[in-house]
Design a protein around this ligand. Structure first.
Ligand code: NAD
Length: 473
């Protein structure tokens, strides 16, 4: 890989900033990653990758101290950089709008440090017109418009597969106003656009469905900002849609798993994000749906469909908790095993995790929870403290429990030894919020099984027709 391509500063060492920084170093650029959280920078400099992501520790080890530096000195990083990425958080504020104060603070600090032309790249997910606001703020803070360009370059990585998503993207969206900025962005991503990165002998291996080359789409900044918000809102809508269908399936005695296969095999629909569960969570979908709703409203469009997406998501979680209560008859004083704390598999992120929300709801009803997650225990402890017990593994969590709850779709939770599960549980009851098993498997193991969008399997009152799954040919 050609070295010394470009000098890059990344502001924000979170899930996006850290992955982008490590990946840009992997592409041959020199990257200084800045955060104002001293503990994060100290941990990164001590070799701790901070977040659970496949390949991230390897990339940090490979480039740290060479093409990848971690620092608290934003001004110093900006002065050395041609390109400055803003990757700070954009949480929802109390009204549901995006809180852009972190973006504004970062912009102000960049403006004060400017010492020549900089390309400022908006990586954070932001409402339409933020690019223009950044530009305005740069000028208000003493910069001339010839000192900088502001580019909108939304990030589409998914936690759990963040590094491979970044290095093998489906598309790179770049919202630019000038030819110069457009050229710099093409140079930044060149090894992905010409396919040379994937040919490196030590490249991170591509996922099975990687494209030879991504779509590179140049747009106006406003279009680019809108693409990101609209994409996340659409995916959230797809999840809420299938969750709403799962509620119908459950009362109509249909099987949501077969419905998903039948619907998803239509290429216009597709199977991805068409899996019923306990709802979407994480640091993006909940806040992005509400921010998109708010920005649409400020543009004069009453996008009420998005209210429904949010309502269905909450309702799906409420229905799961109601199912737990109904299944256990009384819940006060019961001990439940909860497998999963992260908002999805492959990550330690628990922000807006449906698993944590289910646990908190159940705790408010005076039951005890013993939980296990392969990656998110430490982060969960920071939120739940001693309110729950933390088990060293999945089987320890369920030992002596009144029932087992499956809350995150980790692979290891989909391949439990079911005879062991039966032996360890006090009562043979499994409530699966992620449909990790078939009723047939559970029936064979002698476990009562309550899942999403499928009839309950109650062995005391078995209904054989209900454990059948469709055969595909
Ligand atoms: P995060 O909260 O994990 O990280 C943000 C980091 O920015 C924190 O470490 C914080 O300390 C730092 N920071 C804030 N202000 C700063 C400043 N002035 N100077 C230096 N550092 C500062 O957030 P994230 O999950 O990485 O998300 C960042 C943005 O990317 C958000 O807008 C998010 O919506 C978007 N995004 C996230 C994902 C994802 O999967 N997490 C995917 C795509 C896009």
């Amino acid at each position: 890989m050609k070295e010394s391509r470009m000098q890059v500063a990344v502001v924000g060492c979170g899930y996006v900033g850290l992955v982008a920084a490590a990946c840009f170093a992997e592409l041959g650029h020199h990257v200084i990653t800045v955060d104002n959280d001293q503990a994060k920078i100290a941990a990164l400099n001590a070799g701790d990758p901070l977040i659970h992501e496949d390949y991230l520790p390897e990339l940090i080890r490979r480039h740290h101290g060479k093409r990848l530096l971690f620092s608290m000195d934003l001004a110093g990083a900006v002065r050395q950089a041609q390109i400055v990425l803003i990757a700070v958080g954009t949480p929802a504020d109390a009204s549901g709008e995006a809180d852009l104060s972190y973006v504004e603070t970062a912009t102000r600090e960049i403006a004060r440090a400017i010492n020549g032309h900089k390309l400022i790249v908006e990586k954070s997910t932001v409402p339409v017109h933020t690019n223009a606001w950044i530009q305005r703020s740069m000028v208000f803070n003493g910069c001339s418009t010839s000192d900088f360009d502001v580019v909108s370059n939304p990030e589409f990585l998914r936690e759990g597969t963040a590094v491979t998503d970044f290095l093998y993207p489906d598309r790179i969206i770049v919202g630019v106003r000038s030819e110069h900025a457009a050229c710099m962005m093409k140079e930044l991503y060149a090894p992905l656009l010409d396919g040379t990165y994937a040919q490196q002998p030590d490249a991170v291996p591509p996922p099975d469905d990687a494209l030879a080359k991504p779509l590179y789409l140049e747009t106006s900044p406003e279009t680019s900002e809108l693409i990101k918000h609209a994409s996340n809102a659409f995916l959230a809508m797809k999840i809420s849609f299938i969750n709403a269908v799962s509620a119908v399936a459950e009362s109509a005695n249909a099987d949501i798993e077969d419905v998903q296969i039948g619907m998803g095999s239509d290429k216009r629909i597709g199977t991805r994000f068409l899996r019923a569960g306990i709802g979407y969570g994480g640091s993006c979908f909940p806040k992005d749906v509400s921010a998109f709703r708010a920005i649409a409203q400020s543009c004069g469009c009453d996008f009420t469909l998005l209210d429904e997406v949010q309502r269905i998501n909450q309702e799906q979680l409420n229905r799961f908790v109601a199912k737990v209560r109904k299944t256990l008859w009384t819940i006060k004083g019961k001990r439940l095993a909860a497998l999963g704390l992260a908002f999805k598999s492959g990550t330690d992120d628990i922000r807006e995790s449906p698993a944590i929300n289910v646990i908190q709801d159940l705790l408010s009803r005076d039951c005890q929870i013993t939980a296990y997650d392969p990656a998110a225990m430490e982060r969960a402890r920071a939120v739940l403290g001693n309110a729950i017990t933390y088990a060293p593994d999945a089987y320890a969590a369920m030992d002596g429990a009144d029932a087992l709850l499956l809350l995150t779709e980790w692979k290891e939770f989909a391949s439990l030894d079911l005879s062991m599960v039966k032996r360890l549980l006090k009562y043979p009851i499994v409530l699966d919020g992620r449909n990790l098993y078939t009723p047939k498997e559970m029936a064979a193991a002698g476990l009562n099984y309550y899942s999403i969008g499928r009839a309950p399997l109650e062995l005391s009152n078995p209904t054989p027709g209900r454990v059948r799954t469709a055969k595909m040919s």
